[in-house]
Each structure stands twice: as C-alpha cells, then as structure tokens.
Write a protein that binds this ligand. Structure first.
Ligand code: HEC
Ligand code: HEC
Ligand code: HEC
Ligand code: HEC
Ligand code: HEC
Length: 188
C-alpha cells in the first residue's frame, strides 16, 4: 500500500469514527418544534388545561403498557354527543363519526424501530405520590396541558435518554437501581 494512503487511513479512520459516534449520540434534534396540523383542531390547552381532563382519560395505556395510545372517536363522543354544539371543530368531528371515517392523527414523537421505549415503567418511577399524571409527562413532552397544538420539545436522541438514566443510577434516593445504560436495555 502507498505509505501516504496508509497514513491517511491510520489517522483518518479514528477521526471519522469519533465523528460518527458523536453524531449518533447527539443527533441533531431535527424534530424539536415539530407541530403538524391535525385533521381536527383538538386543543390540549382547552381539554387537559382549562377543563383539567386527566391525561389518562384519553391516553389509557400510559401507566399500564408500552404505548400511551391515542383515543378513538368514541372517547371524544362521550362528551361531544352533547357538548360543543355548533363549534366548527366539533361539527367536523361529528361528520367523521357519522361516516365511521377514522380520524388520522399525525404522529409527532416517533423513535426508530430499533429502539425500545415502554411508557409504564417510566411513569411508575416519575410520578410522585399525590401529583397529577401530567407531572410525569413533562420531562419528555413538556407542558402539554398548555399547548393548543402539541409540539415536540425534547430531542429524544440517545444522549437525552442516557443522561437521565445516568442521573437515576447516581441518585441515592432512587431505591430501584434497575435502570441502566446497557445497549440492550434500549435496543432490540
Ligand atoms: C380528551 C382527550 C385527551 C386528553 C385528556 C389528553 N390528550 Fe394527549 N392527545 C389526544 C389526541 C386526540 C392526540 C392526537 C392529536 C394531537 O396530537 O393533538 C393527542 C396527542 C398527544 C401527544 C402527542 C402524540 C404523538 O403523536 O406523538 C402527547 C405527547 C400527548 N397527547 C400528551 C398528553 C398529556 C401529557 C396529557 C395530559 C396533560 C394529554 N395528552 C391529555 C387526546 C387527549
Ligand atoms: C370530558 C369531556 C370531553 C371529551 C372527552 C372531549 N371533549 Fe372536546 N370539548 C369539551 C368541552 C367542555 C368543550 C368546550 C365546548 C364549548 O366551549 O362549548 C370542548 C371543545 C372542543 C372543541 C372546540 C374547541 C373550540 O373552542 O373551538 C373541539 C374541536 C373538541 N372539543 C374536540 C374534541 C376531540 C377531537 C376529542 C377527542 C379526542 C374531544 N374533544 C374530547 C369536552 C370534551
Ligand atoms: C421518559 C420519556 C417519556 C415520558 C416520561 C413520557 N413519554 Fe410519551 N413518548 C415518549 C417517547 C420516546 C415517545 C415515542 C415512542 C415511540 O416512537 O415508540 C412517546 C410517545 C407518546 C405518545 C404517542 C402515542 C404512543 O403511545 O406512542 C403519547 C400520546 C404520549 N407519549 C403521551 C404521554 C403521556 C400522557 C405521558 C405522561 C403520563 C408521557 N407520554 C410520558 C417519551 C416519554
Ligand atoms: C426523565 C428520566 C428518563 C428519561 C428521559 C428516559 N428514561 Fe428510561 N428509565 C428511567 C427510569 C427511572 C427507569 C427505571 C424504571 C424502573 O425502575 O422500572 C427507566 C427504564 C427504562 C427502560 C427499561 C424499562 C423496563 O423495565 O423494561 C427502557 C427500555 C428505557 N428506560 C428506555 C428509555 C428510552 C429509549 C429513552 C429515551 C427516548 C428513555 N428511557 C428516557 C428514566 C428515564
Ligand atoms: C437509554 C436508552 C439507550 C441506550 C442505553 C442506548 N441507546 Fe442507542 N439509541 C437510543 C435512541 C433513543 C436512539 C435514536 C436516536 C435518534 O433517533 O436520534 C439511539 C440510536 C442509536 C444508534 C443510531 C442508529 C440510527 O438509527 O442512526 C446506534 C448505532 C446506537 N443507538 C447504538 C447504541 C449502543 C452501541 C449502545 C450501548 C453503548 C446504545 N445505543 C445504548 C437509546 C439508547
């Protein structure tokens, strides 16, 4: 091999690898601020904020399963058969409902398929006794109860996840030291 080429590979490769690793861990927060328009102008600020409806009323899986889930129209119609008559958004909702046409909410937070993220164990640890459910959501989703349109506020990149896991691991008050930063905790 040409010695100059050999030198270039010898010194070049580590630089490239370090840059690649840095990119993976601190991937630019491309989705921060992502707040797509939804098929119906549903407002968290109105429902979860002003009317104080608990997050779990609609996101039923959040304390029990992997996915928080998004409610079906039936959940909306529990109230909207009789509430909000004449409001454009509510009338639109009823049209979808009558036509049995599913509402296709645009997904906002979305991890790649190789990452494992279960909600329930997080909420179990983050929700302090006597606090409302929403306090356990803010570290990752921000103050959704005050958002008219949901917006992603955290990068949700690998560094974000690992940092909090490290904090918990080092926290003397955190009794369950099950939290860890092994690759296979979060990767399939
Ligand atoms: C009355 C039902 C209802 C309540 C109560 C509710 N949500 Fe939602 N939530 C929805 C619907 C519908 C969507 C999908 C449309 C949208 O993004 O606005 C959604 C979307 C979300 C998303 C974005 C999901 C994605 O696509 O990534 C987050 C995060 C969220 N809600 C958190 C919360 C939190 C935190 C609370 C409590 C403070 C809460 N929600 C209360 C109905 C509800
Ligand atoms: C627990 C009761 C309840 C549930 C469940 C509920 N809403 Fe509402 N919603 C209300 C109330 C109360 C209002 C205010 C009505 C008014 O001002 O006349 C409202 C208002 C609205 C409005 C009009 C906002 C405006 O001021 O223009 C829309 C659109 C709406 N809701 C959509 C939804 C959707 C979509 C769902 C399901 C994801 C849902 N709601 C679930 C109680 C509820
Ligand atoms: C430790 C961070 C974290 C906390 C705390 C958290 N979430 Fe999430 N949430 C995420 C991530 C990451 C995703 C995307 C998951 C994916 O793509 O697989 C997500 C997705 C969602 C979604 C989209 C639908 C779904 O189930 O994937 C909703 C709705 C949601 N979260 C609601 C909530 C609510 C409500 C709370 C509080 C009770 C909460 N989250 C607490 C990180 C968190
Ligand atoms: C705000 C702090 C915090 C953030 C941010 C966070 N985690 Fe965690 N995570 C925890 C804690 C605390 C536990 C331990 C839960 C327990 O004791 O069961 C945990 C546990 C886990 C587990 C193991 C759950 C089980 O028992 O099966 C996985 C997987 C995980 N986290 C993935 C993630 C991913 C992926 C992200 C980033 C999208 C993330 N976490 C962000 C605090 C956090
Ligand atoms: C606490 C959870 C967590 C742990 C522990 C973790 N990762 Fe990740 N990792 C993630 C998340 C979340 C992403 C997705 C980041 C994004 O989408 O920006 C990711 C992305 C990656 C990617 C990038 C893949 C791509 O799609 O670009 C690689 C490679 C990777 N991780 C390797 C590792 C290795 C190796 C370890 C162990 C040293 C590890 N991860 C430990 C959460 C974790």
């Amino acid at each position: 091999m040409d010695p100059r080429l050999f030198k270039a590979i010898k010194y070049g490769t580590p630089v490239v690898l370090v840059a690649l690793a840095a990119w993976i861990i601190w991937a630019p927060p491309a989705r921060v601020g992502y707040a797509p328009e939804q098929p119906i102008a549903y407002s968290h600020a109105k429902h979860a904020g002003e009317y104080g409806i608990d997050c779990q009323y609609c996101h039923t899986g959040v304390t029990t399963g992997k996915k928080a889930g998004v409610p079906s129209m039936n959940t909306c119609m529990n109230c909207h058969v009789s509430v909000g008559y004449g409001k454009p958004g509510v009338e639109k909702l009823k049209k979808f409902y009558e036509k049995k046409q599913p509402l296709e909410w645009v997904r906002i937070h979305n991890l790649p398929d190789h990452v494992r993220f279960p909600h329930a164990p997080h909420i179990k640890q983050l929700l302090k006794d006597g606090q409302p459910t929403k306090t356990a959501c803010t570290p990752c989703h921000g103050d959704v109860a005050n958002m008219k349109v949901v917006e992603q506020v955290q990068s949700l990149n690998m560094g974000f996840c690992v940092n909090c896991h490290k904090d918990y691991r080092n926290d003397a008050e955190y009794k369950n030291h099950g939290v860890n930063i092994n690759c296979n905790t979060c990767h399939y």
